[in-house]
Design a protein around this ligand. Structure first.
Ligand code: GUN
Ligand code: FE
Length: 454
């Protein structure tokens, strides 16, 4: 059986492991009707020529390469409307002064539609083929975000946010009470499950307590039960800032990770954002339960003043992906976040200045390479979500971005036809912008394209 729905021929970069990028030179990628990569054939494979000659093949031009689509493990969709604003104030002030008033406006479906459509288009143009979204407390607007993902072909995992604790949330932006929050969440889950069959790439409901401080015990417990009953993904913020981490210690006498576990909120389909204050025991609990970290390096530099020793947690077997945390992080690009992940990790491991005591140079086991950051943005995200995405490999969805290093007006600095492909990969990771992302595919369908002159 050598016929396929689509066949792509070209050179691709994909993670084999956290540390190793595989360079698949001039391979054939054979996609079936469901948008899954059925075969990956290297030149020299016995079937290579037969497959190439018996299918219509999309062949890359010189200077073009395939990367897997990016997986953004933490996006606050409504906050796109304030991206880049007010990043100089502490998290709690920022939430109450800017973020909650903005999110409250998403009761207005026409405003929600305008912002969400713009965001989904922007993320696709930045190569993000899957996004794990926090929406707002409004179930209708949250469902609208799922509908927009379904329509635009992005794989969306969407949470109606729960925040019902009057102690930490303003009256104008709060679930009426725990029972209402749980009933709305369950209706939302069912509505997204009804929508899912219309989206080949998948849209998924996500149980979403905003963070422990915003939720009552009753809501947290009920959400754990809902996630188990409906087998959904779960997301929240975990040990993000001094303030949030300290608040949970005071309320429960333990760290977020252990409190979340007691409410049934950890597991293979759980993704926890930030996790700056994880200690060894918390990380071991994450590894044991299959809970993933969504690493948000740009946001962490602002709201947590913190860098996670990512290399250490990877070595301990914790699943980790990359998140933009719009708008705690200002950039919708996971290229930008991958760059920041590397830069921050280097400062943590070996940062020094004249006021440090002599001989003290940061935290060992922190530094990651750009290859590892690429893993976080792709395969690590797929593993975190327990979905077959993030790799250009057999059995995975054809979620891909076509990078053109020769775009007129935005050529990348490649001057030799014999430049090693790994060097070209690194140039792409450090220098690519949306101008270089010529096509974006999700589940075998083209969902974004860019002509050379726009
Ligand atoms: N903690 C609770 N809500 C938020 C949010 O919207 N952004 C960030 N970065 N942290 C939070
Ligand atoms: Fe966040």
């Amino acid at each position: 059986m050598n016929t396929f729905a689509r066949v792509f021929q070209g050179t691709a970069f994909t993670s084999r492991s956290p540390k190793e990028v595989a360079i698949l030179q001039d391979h054939l990628f054979c996609i079936n009707e469901s948008g899954i990569i059925e075969r990956v054939l290297p030149p020299g494979d016995a079937d290579y020529e037969a497959v190439r000659d018996s299918n219509p093949v999309q062949r890359l031009a010189p200077g073009q390469y395939w990367l897997p689509g990016f997986i953004d493990l933490h996006v606050h969709a409504p906050q796109w409307a304030q991206a880049g604003t007010a990043l100089d104030i502490p998290l709690s002030d920022w939430l109450h002064t800017y973020t909650f008033p903005l999110e409250a406006k998403f009761s207005d479906l026409s405003f929600a539609s305008e912002v969400y459509r713009d965001l989904v288009g922007t993320l696709l143009a930045n190569g993000t083929t899957t996004a794990l979204y926090f929406a707002t407390i409004h179930k209708e607007a949250s469902l609208l975000l799922a509908e927009i993902c379904a329509e635009r072909g992005q794989r969306g995992l969407i949470g109606k946010v729960v925040m019902d604790d009057p102690g930490q949330t303003p009256e104008y932006y709060r679930d009426a009470d725990a029972q209402t929050a749980l009933a709305d969440t369950e209706q939302f889950i069912l509505a997204v499950k009804r929508l899912a069959p219309t989206a080949k790439q998948g849209v998924y409901p996500v149980v979403t307590p905003r963070f422990i401080p915003s939720c009552t015990d009753e809501a947290l417990k009920g959400l754990g039960e809902l996630a188990a009953r409906h087998d959904t993904h779960i997301q929240s913020h975990c040990s993000e800032s001094d303030w949030a981490h300290g608040y949970v210690r005071e309320r429960f006498g333990k760290h977020d990770a252990f409190a979340l576990r007691e409410f049934g909120l950890l597991g293979d389909k759980s993704v926890m954002a930030h996790c700056n204050f994880l200690d060894d025991e918390d990380a071991a609990l994450f590894a044991r339960t299959g809970t993933a970290i969504s690493h948000c390096p740009i946001s962490n530099a602002y709201f947590a003043n913190s860098v996670i020793p990512i290399a250490r947690w990877l070595d301990r077997g914790v699943e980790i992906g990359l998140g933009s945390d719009l708008s705690g992080g200002f950039s919708p690009s996971l290229f930008d976040n991958a760059r920041q992940a590397v830069i921050s990790s280097r400062m943590l491991e070996d940062g020094v200045n004249a006021t440090f005591p002599p001989g003290r140079r940061g935290v060992p086991e922190s530094r990651i390479t750009i290859d590892e950051a690429f893993y976080l943005a792709t395969a690590g995200g797929g593993e975190s979500l327990s979905l077959p995405i993030g790799r250009l490999a057999e059995g995975h969805a054809w979620d891909a971005q076509l990078i053109d290093t020769t775009m007129p007006g935005a050529k990348l600095p490649i001057f030799s036809a014999s430049e090693p492909l790994h060097d070209i990969f690194q140039k792409i990771m450090y220098l690519a912008r949306p101008e270089h992302i010529r096509e974006v595919w999700v589940q075998g369908e083209k969902v974004h394209s860019r002509a050379p002159d726009n």
